[in-house]
Design a protein around this ligand. Structure first.
Ligand SMILES: Cc1cc2nc3c(=O)[nH]c(=O)nc-3n(C[C@H](O)[C@H](O)[C@H](O)COP(=O)(O)OP(=O)(O)OC[C@H]3O[C@@H](n4cnc5c(N)ncnc54)[C@H](O)[C@@H]3O)c2cc1C
Length: 458
């Protein structure tokens, strides 16, 4: 190797360097999706932006693969690699809130749990993931769908600026006024353009939401989905509500004799005045008899961690996804066929509404192109035992194939698996060529290629 030696790297960084001979290696090399089993030659647990710059230099100078890890939730396992280096931001999780300006600056390895905890203390919030252990890093860079998307927009629509270590090892500020082209590309372009060491978000006054999950009988699934399609199209934007299918977990609010049964669900989050929440959710309640529910006023971070128990680390994951302009009769028929076959309690079929504020941003205003899609559907296969891999991946594939006829060609990049790289161009639509040209400007050597990759070659 002609580049930086490991000893030189050790001298440059304050964080931990973990190599295969280290006791911590086994634990450090694993990612959230247990189907991924890779062995990097070095894991750098960065302490600050300087460490990230050193890690990027080390990878580039030595011609090594570079995996970047934030919250570690990538289903394709982009946060690790064989033989190369992992820059792990998991130790960089600080969040500073400026309550007067209604902004928060969060380090690149923070999770949504870290973020929501910090902002909730000030009665402020923004759109983030529905599971608290997901990283703000990967989720934001792909777009960011959450309960408040209809009202506040995607996570990227609330991004004010980012500190980015680019492939040359320099740190740039990207915002509407500095490196505007990089800022455009970061908002939806995933990890293709650099390592974001901190994100600045705009916040909104929101301490409590009125919401939670409602469970309906499978025999009412068609009624509920048809109702939802009509209802959400004209529901106030303060209402986030998504339907799905769920195997009932053993929770006290679900009758014990129904644990393990499959239901059609609606998970609601009313972010308007709390005393109007019951009324806002009444139409959903009235759509069909509710078998079980856990609905009421609750802190926003509580709703955003309510389902954490269903998705512990160490599950096998295989996901597919699509965007849809409409929930067509054909799509509903596909859901009625495959939703009830959801194979495990951990798995999820969710149909997220992405209209309202998301639609008010032009398709070419950020890299996230699908601004006219109204729904982002995810078929998230998650299961404990590798022995069940075949059955679970088959459910995801068959469901996706049935829905594909009723969907757009593209899908949310953060919900794709590693066999979906062929859909990248479609996902970025008319923004793809600009992304390729910016990839050539900021990362011509494709150092950041372990992601849903935008190749500099186009
Ligand atoms: C249980 C679960 C729940 C989810 N829920 C939602 C949801 O509600 N809404 C939603 O939109 N998505 C959701 N997702 C999808 C999620 O957005 C992606 O999995 C995302 O990649 C996770 O980001 P991470 O930082 O946790 O993952 P990581 O595996 O750490 O990162 C994935 C990739 O993102 C890039 N990346 C991460 N951090 C940085 C950074 N700081 N700088 C540069 N690049 C970075 C890198 O390319 C990295 O390889 C969920 C995923 C899971 C597994």
């Amino acid at each position: 190797m002609s580049g930086i030696t490991i000893e030189q790297l050790r001298e440059r960084v304050r964080g931990e360097i973990i190599t295969p001979d280290d006791d911590r290696y086994e634990e450090a090399r694993h990612v959230y999706n247990a189907m991924i089993d890779r062995r990097p030659s070095l894991i750098l647990r960065a302490a600050d932006a300087g460490d990230v710059m050193a890690g990027v230099d080390y990878a580039r100078e030595n011609g090594l693969d570079l995996a970047v890890r934030g919250g570690n939730h990538s289903v394709p396992g982009f946060g690790t690699c064989d033989d190369g280096i992992v820059v792990d931001l998991g130790g960089m999780r600080g969040v500073r809130v400026d309550a007067a300006k209604r902004t928060a600056r969060a380090e690149g390895g923070a999770t949504w749990g870290d973020f929501n905890h910090a902002t909730h203390a000030f009665g402020l919030a923004t759109t983030g993931g529905i599971i608290s252990t997901t990283g703000i890093g990967g989720l934001t860079l792909g777009g960011g769908i959450g309960h408040t998307a209809r009202g506040f927009g995607l996570s990227i629509d609330n991004l004010v600026s980012a500190d980015v270590v680019t492939a040359d090892g320099h740190l740039l500020v990207a915002s509407d006024t500095e490196n505007e082209d990089l800022f455009w590309a970061l908002r939806g372009g995933g990890g293709n353009f650099g390592v974001v060491t901190s994100f600045d978000y705009a916040l909104h006054p929101l301490a409590q939401v009125y919401g939670g999950p409602m469970f309906f009988e499978l025999e009412d699934a068609e009624t509920v989905l048809r109702f939802y399609r009509d209802f959400i199209a004209s529901a106030p934007e303060q209402l986030g509500a998504f339907p799905g299918f769920q195997v009932a977990p053993p929770l006290p609010f679900i009758p014990e004799d129904r644990h393990g049964d499959t239901f059609v669900i609606v998970v609601a989050a009313w972010a308007g005045p709390l005393d109007e929440g019951e009324k806002a959710l009444k139409p959903i309640h009235d759509a069909a008899p509710v078998v079980a529910e856990f609905v009421g006023p609750m802190p926003y971070p509580a709703l955003n961690s309510a389902f954490d128990g269903l998705v512990p680390p160490g599950l096998q994951h295989y996901w597919k996804a699509s965007f849809a302009g409409e929930l067509t009769d054909g799509a509903i028929a596909a859901h009625l066929e495959y939703g009830p076959k959801i194979p495990t309690m951990n798995s999820a079929l969710h149909i997220y509404p992405i209209d309202g504020a998301v639609h008010r941003v032009a398709s070419d205003a950020t890299a996230f192109a699908y601004r006219d899609a109204s729904f982002a559907t995810v078929i998230a296969g998650m299961w404990p035992s590798p022995a069940d891999n075949e059955a679970n991946t088959a459910w995801v594939r068959d469901y996706y194939a049935a829905l594909a006829r009723e969907s757009e060609m593209g899908a949310y990049v953060n919900f794709l698996s590693d066999d979906d790289q062929g859909r990248i161009r479609t996902n970025y639509g008319g923004n793809y060529d600009r992304l390729v040209s910016l990839k050539n400007k900021y990362d011509p050597g494709n150092l950041f290629h372990l992601n849903q990759n935008i190749s500099p070659k186009g």
